[in-house]
Design a protein around this ligand. Structure first.
Ligand code: ST9
Ligand code: ZN
Ligand code: ZN
Length: 410
């Protein structure tokens, strides 16, 4: 079981319901159940079976996948912790407008942005998707920044995120958005995971992270590093260096900053899987959502991201103002710490937009038509055969019919 870091920090009693029937397949009628709803305009999918799965895992998956109902097992420790954190967040808002110093607010903003980069440029684009490579000083910086964001260790974050991409909208997706806004936003952290998440997750390749000493160091010492970087240091810096009160330091720089960054991150899993456009693939739930795009430091262009997860920009269009993370990675590339930045060619994007997009891509109708003709012509051209002259057997019949033949012989 993953280290119980949340409980360690807030020292709340463990009241989690542990049952012998760990997967809770036999829970009594009336308990809340996982169901495959389809209000996202995307048909619910059964978890696909791939060759990567070991036979013992397949048995587990077949026994619990869509079709059979699975019951939530509440993790009361997390529920209580999240209630405390959100009440603390509201109190932090109150302190911000009544007694906190401006410098305290800017400190919270700085820690919030640092943590955000640790998630977006680090856990997400670098470690989950390998969309670019980073030299060790940058990996060290991103690891520490990710630690201060407290969203589990990089290793655990990446494992869940890769499963999310491979099995989006199925039971194996940790925050399966077909179960509704609340579940995909925060609810998934209040219950035990569906067994398919674990079975599928076991087949996900994590060898690249296992060879990364910085990631493995963080995983090993997470229970110490996380409270230090997420809660103790930010509170101490505000209290000691800014001369802030303990209460303002704790509730603004630690709790307010942490809860805000959690909720902005979770919007990518919830809002950007429910509301927005699907310019690249209309058959999947992830959407392009402008609000989330800006608020989550460039991570809300989620329809694009699910189609091309290896693009370091996680988006096709826009400027640095809608993608702060891309600006940061480009900066690190300029000083030589980031390299091998991958992105998608215009041609590949265009083909995908024409094939599976929902029609909301910025190409206007005329341009789209022109590009479509261009694209079809290109396909036509690719299939053309060279001919030696009129009676060549490979001559296109349409060319023959449409040719003008003057002075025809009888
Ligand atoms: C948080 C994460 O908030 C947020 C992630 C968001 C992702 C968003 C992505 C979008 C893009 C990026 C956007 C960034 C925007 C940033 C903007 C910022 C301004 N595969 O987990 P356990 C196995 S965290 C394979 O305990 P339970 C494994 O053997 C918030 N195997 O399951 C594991 O043992 P180990 C703070 C897996 O008991 C064992 O199962 N953190 C997988 O069902 C047990 O694992 C918290 O609140 C897998 N995927 O408990 C803590 N998963 O690890 C929350 C599990 O030793 N977590 N296994 O190998 C928990 O308390 C528990 O995980 C639980 C489930 C109660 C939710
Ligand atoms: Zn991703
Ligand atoms: Zn997603």
């Amino acid at each position: 079981m993953a280290p119980n870091v949340l409980g360690n920090t807030i020292l709340l009693a463990e009241t989690c319901i542990e049952q012998e029937d760990r997967n809770n397949n036999n829970a009594p009628v009336g308990t809340q159940q996982y169901k495959n709803k389809s209000f996202l305009n995307v048909p619910p999918k059964p978890t696909p079976v791939t060759e990567e799965i070991q036979p013992k895992d397949v048995a587990k998956v077949q026994g619990t996948s869509a079709g059979r109902q699975y019951h939530h097992v509440y993790v009361w420790r997390n529920i209580i912790a999240f209630i405390y954190l959100h009440l603390g967040f509201l109190y932090g808002c109150y302190l911000l407008v009544t007694s906190a110093k401006w410098s305290t607010f800017f400190l919270a903003l700085t820690f919030g942005s640092g943590g955000a980069l640790g998630i977006t440029a680090g856990a997400h684009r670098l470690w989950s998707h390998r969309a670019y490579k980073a030299k060790w000083p940058l990996r060290l910086f991103l690891m520490l920044a990710q630690t201060l964001a407290f969203q589990n260790s990089v290793y655990e974050w990446v494992r869940d995120h890769r499963v999310h991409h491979k099995f989006t909208d199925t039971d194996a997706d940790p925050h399966n958005a077909t179960r509704g806004f609340f579940f995909s936003h925060i609810g998934w952290l209040m219950v035990k995971k569906h067994p398919d998440v674990k079975a599928r997750g076991k087949a996900v390749d994590m060898s690249d992270l296992e060879q990364d000493a910085i990631v493995m160091f963080q995983k090993r010492y997470y229970a110490v590093l996380m409270p230090l970087f997420c809660f103790i240091l930010p509170t101490f810096i505000a209290y000691y260096f800014l001369g802030e009160t303990f209460s303002n330091s704790w509730y603004v720089v630690a709790i307010f900053r942490y809860v805000l960054s959690l909720n902005l991150t979770w919007l990518v899993n919830s809002a950007a899987h429910i509301w927005g456009t699907k310019p690249y693939d209309r058959n999947i739930s992830p959407t392009n959502n402008t609000f989330v795009g800006i608020a989550a430091y460039g991570e809300g262009w989620h329809n694009y991201h699910h189609v091309f997860p290896w693009d370091y920009k996680t988006s096709e269009l826009g400027t640095y103002s809608t993608n702060f993370t891309t600006a940061a990675i480009d900066f690190f590339a300029r000083i030589g710490w980031a390299y091998d930045l991958k992105s998608v060619s215009d041609d590949l994007i265009r083909k995908r937009v024409l094939r599976t997009g929902d029609g909301t891509h910025q190409y206007n109708d005329q341009e789209l038509q022109a590009r479509m003709v261009d694209y079809i012509n290109q396909l036509d051209h690719e299939s053309e055969q060279a001919v030696w002259g009129w009676d060549d057997k490979d001559m296109n019949e349409q060319d023959r019919q449409e040719a003008t033949v003057r002075n025809k012989a009888e």
